[in-house]
Design a protein around this ligand. Structure first.
Ligand code: 6R9
Length: 652
């Protein structure tokens, strides 16, 4: 733990007075939530509308071998009617979604709750017409357009399970996910504009469908209107044609609380991404409650999360949490630096955004462009600033606080995961004294523990360092890995018995505040995007010239972590600049632009233990240019390979 004095930022009295929770309220609610989860969640479970109210609240078991998680299990509800229909009585004309397109041309759209209802029912009827029903899977591969939200809610309305695939992913990644979920329909667009460039999403989908092993239809949203190169009769359908005359009434399906709502693939230590499954009742309760408390959302606020709906943050905090709360949520198609680095602040000014939620990588990128882009805009509407996705360095935190928040806007550094469904460690802006770089305290119902990594012993008190685990279930927890409950148990419940293991390292200071230090598994975090080093490795070895590859994260000023690859070549192939470029393009193609390697170092050999395990610790040190701190290398089979790696290292 650092010895230097940490700055503290207590909430102002004025903020605390008007907040959903001040310090005393947080303390009381947290204590209640831990003392009697059934009573606490039984009460807060009522924040959503149930068709049939639940009589049981919590029924969860973390025992390895029999892990089973159920919340509100005998209740029934529909997520789409919670996000739309129940608001029509009081706020039919209120804006539900403000859509801001890539081009800054003034064509922003305001979609009211009434209009959202019509769009979602229309979309739901189209899906039904295409043969989609309860329990069927639908893959959504769309840019950040309102139809992405309509599609998600339409699935929820008819009881279908969506699996959103980030539009930056490659055809291969898309086909894996379509195959993995045996989706009946893939929803895409004729193009995805982003930062002034258009991605050919329909073209990508066509290529993906070549590798899809079952019958699946493709539904195409017209976003760009420049025509499509390829059209497969019988398989491909335009949304606007299907919607023609279809009608905008669609009764919501009555779903069980534990029926799956969505699958979202995320990276882990192995090559194959996991299909994280979230269910209906607990997820919605948790997403909406965290949205309200963490951002201190009040009626009438305009709230903006800059994430993409392809990530869990977009699910919980663009679509489900805000809409369940009857909020106005901004959906932005573009990037923060287009047409210039003032774009976000212009949107905040234009729409009087009250809560702004983004990733540290975005903050660092904008920080590097100069303060004038921020200062020329009126940001007086801002009330709360949030960050998510990776640890935030104090320098970026301070810039966010001073320049964007003008020192007056609380910052919530929210730690959570695809697996957790919603915020787990986070300040509440009216309750928590914040510290730059700390995610501070647990949300209601969350029991974090710091474990000694080797022994698994629970470390009590302050000033401890170890790995982060969670001792009991919360309503937003993932329920299983799609089609592979074994894998779910093995990944999260095997290593430390009786706990959910987060795979993050952390410290807890003397005030009981948590500081996340990053992943302890082979997952790296590139611009807030989670990526398994094994995924990049399998892409590399899929190339004919490559015999072996080891990939590690390397500190990167803007992206947080960059991708450093050590590559050994097959006999008969020689290292060359062309081959390097080819491999960079190859990985980009296999996974997507976010996986583009920053460094490729030719490695005649890789440091391995005698049992053949690659020693990544050493590779990480060499990549970070910290080869003077290699630590113990005595278990290496061939210690001399390390000298070659050090001599030819790239990140000097
Ligand atoms: C929501 C999301 C999860 C991993 C997580 C951790 C890192 C997320 C963080 C953070 C430090 C924060 N992470 N938020 N690290 N401080 N506030 O990002 O989900 O894509 O599944 O990533 O991201 O390492 O384990 P996901």
């Amino acid at each position: 733990m650092s010895e230097h004095k940490v700055e503290t930022h207590p909430p102002s009295d004025e903020f605390a007075r008007n907040a959903h929770a001040d310090h005393a309220t947080y303390e009381k609610m947290y204590a209640d939530s831990i003392a009697d989860p059934d009573a606490f969640w039984g009460e807060h479970g009522k924040r959503v509308d149930w068709i049939k109210p639940f009589s049981k609240v919590k029924n969860t078991d973390f025992t390895y071998g029999q892990v089973d998680i159920k919340w509100f299990e005998d209740g029934t509800l529909n997520v789409a009617s919670n996000c739309i229909d129940r608001h029509l009585k009081d706020r039919a004309d209120q804006t539900a979604i403000i859509w801001v397109p890539d081009e800054d041309d003034g064509s922003d759209q305001h979609i009211s709750y009434q209009q959202l209802h019509a769009h979602v029912c229309n979309f739901a009827n189209v899906l039904k017409k295409m043969g989609v029903g309860r329990g069927d899977r639908v893959v959504i591969y769309l840019p950040m357009i309102p139809q992405a939200a309509y599609a998600m809610l339409a699935c929820a309305r008819i009881g279908a399970i969506h699996s959103v695939v980030f539009a930056g992913f490659s055809p291969d990644a898309l086909s894996q996910r379509v195959n993995g979920s045996k989706a009946k329909v893939v929803i895409t667009a004729d193009g995805g504009p982003r930062g002034g460039k258009v991605t050919d999403l329909k073209g990508n989908t066509d290529r993906a469908m070549e590798k899809v092993e079952h019958d699946a239809k493709v539904l195409v949203v017209k976003r760009v209107g420049d025509g499509v190169r390829n059209w497969v009769e019988g398989r491909d359908h335009w949304l606007h044609e299907m919607e023609d005359g279809i009608g905008d009434t669609c009764e919501p399906e009555e779903m069980g609380a534990e029926d799956p709502l969505f699958i979202l693939y995320t990276s882990g230590s192995t090559g194959q991404p996991k299909g994280v499954v979230h269910t209906t009742g607990g997820y919605l309760v948790y997403a909406s409650m965290t949205h309200q408390y963490t951002f201190d959302y009040h009626d009438g606020d305009v709230y903006w999360c800059t994430a993409d709906v392809g990530w869990v943050t977009g699910h919980s905090y663009i679509v489900y949490g805000p809409l369940a709360n009857g909020a106005t949520t901004v959906m932005f198609e573009g990037v923060p630096t287009y047409p210039d680095a003032g774009r976000c602040w212009k949107i905040v000014e234009d729409h009087k955004v009250a809560q702004f939620y983004t990733a540290p990588t975005g903050i660092r990128a904008l920080m590097g462009k100069g303060n004038e882009f921020v200062e020329k805009h009126d940001l007086s509407s801002l009330k709360v600033l949030g960050t998510v996705g990776e640890p935030i360095n104090p320098e970026a935190w301070n810039w966010y606080n001073r320049i964007v928040g003008r020192g007056k806007t609380p910052i919530v550094d929210t730690w959570w995961q695809t697996e957790t469904g919603g915020h787990m460690l986070t300040p509440l802006p009216g309750a928590t004294t914040t510290k730059p770089g700390s995610a501070t305290k647990p949300f209601f119902g969350v029991k974090p523990v710091v474990l000694e990594p080797e022994s698994g012993e629970v470390l009590e008190g302050g000033d401890v360092e170890g790995v982060l685990a969670i001792a009991d279930s919360w309503p937003g927890q993932m329920r299983t890995v799609y089609g592979d409950h074994e894998r779910f148990m093995n990944t999260y419940f095997q290593q430390y018995k009786g706990f959910y293991f987060t795979e993050d390292g952390c410290t807890r200071d003397a005030d009981g505040d948590y500081w996340i230090t990053g992943r302890v598994d082979d997952v790296i975090n590139v611009s807030g995007h989670r990526m398994g080093t094994a995924e990049v490795e399998s892409a590399l070895v899929a190339h004919d010239a490559v015999s072996e590859a080891a990939v590690v994260g390397v500190p990167h000023e803007v992206k947080g972590q960059g991708i450093y690859c050590y590559v050994s070549l097959m006999a008969g192939h020689e290292p060359s600049e062309e081959l390097k470029q080819e491999l960079v393009g190859w990985v980009r193609n296999e996974i997507g632009p976010i996986a583009k390697p920053d460094f490729i170092q030719w490695a005649p050999g890789l440091p391995k233990t005698r049992s053949g395990k690659i020693m990544r610790r050493i590779l990480r040190k060499v990549a970070a240019n910290e080869h003077d701190q290699l630590g113990d290398t005595s278990t290496l089979a061939e210690p001399e390979v390390v000298d070659d790696l050090i001599e030819n290292r790239l990140n000097k």
